[in-house]
Design a protein around this ligand. Structure first.
Ligand SMILES: [Zn+2]
Length: 212
């Protein structure tokens, strides 16, 4: 069965032609601290962060309290980790919308049914791990962003956004995804705010509804 896709859905579907490293580089590029950095370097960091995330144990245990709620579509989020107190918030409305979009775009082979919730939980568990354990320093070393060298020792700098990419990569492995969850996240954004909508005088809110 072929579904008639809207223009925004076709734009979202065509995102699959880009590789996962590109989505990681775009995520880094959207972080103000990386403005003006060479795209090739951002791709290198994105690839290193993803390799680090893939090397982490799959199915990381979630020790934080898990709370299910809606409101994710308004926030543009599937899940969120809060450290005080340690809580993972799963946004059921956004997770359902993501599952629906996978069906619309014919991406079931890449994103198995129910995988969005599994991936979101694994993603937040990586944040928890990086927040509390030695993972933060290990990730810095893996990225190799040297900010200082002295006496044969090197000091590695923090690369903002790299933890996000690592979390997505670990989540992809845990949930058995064929592509990075970043592809799905970008597709959801494309649907919520189709390119040109504002330019055409049709401003939309974050759910993609036209503003009145
Ligand atoms: Zn995250």
């Amino acid at each position: 069965m072929t579904l008639a896709l809207t223009r925004a859905e076709r734009t979202a579907r065509d995102l699959a032609y880009l590789d996962d490293t590109e989505f990681g580089a775009r995520l880094l590029a959207s972080t103000p601290v990386h403005a003006g950095r060479d795209h090739g370097l951002l791709r290198e960091w994105a690839a290193a962060a993803a390799a680090f995330g893939t090397s982490l144990p799959a199915a990381p245990p979630v020790t934080a309290r898990v709370v299910e709620r809606d409101g994710g579509l308004a926030l543009g989020m599937l899940a969120r980790y809060r450290s005080r107190p340690a809580t993972v918030e799963l946004y059921t409305d956004a997770i359902a919308a993501a599952e629906e979009l996978v069906d619309r775009l014919g991406w079931r082979a890449l994103f198995p049914r129910g995988c969005v919730r599994t991936a979101a939980l694994a993603h937040e568990a990586v944040h928890e791990r990086l927040h509390h354990g030695p993972g933060k320093a290990e990730l810095k070393r893996a990225l190799g962003h040297v900010v200082l060298s002295f006496g044969g020792r090197q000091v590695y700098g923090y690369v903002a956004g790299a933890d996000e990419i690592a979390a997505h990569a670990c989540a992809a492995r845990t949930a058995g995804l064929g592509r990075s969850p970043l592809l799905l996240a970008e597709a959801l954004s494309a649907i919520a705010a189709p390119p040109g909508a504002e330019a055409a005088g049709q401003p939309r809110d974050r759910r993609g509804r036209r503003r009145r």
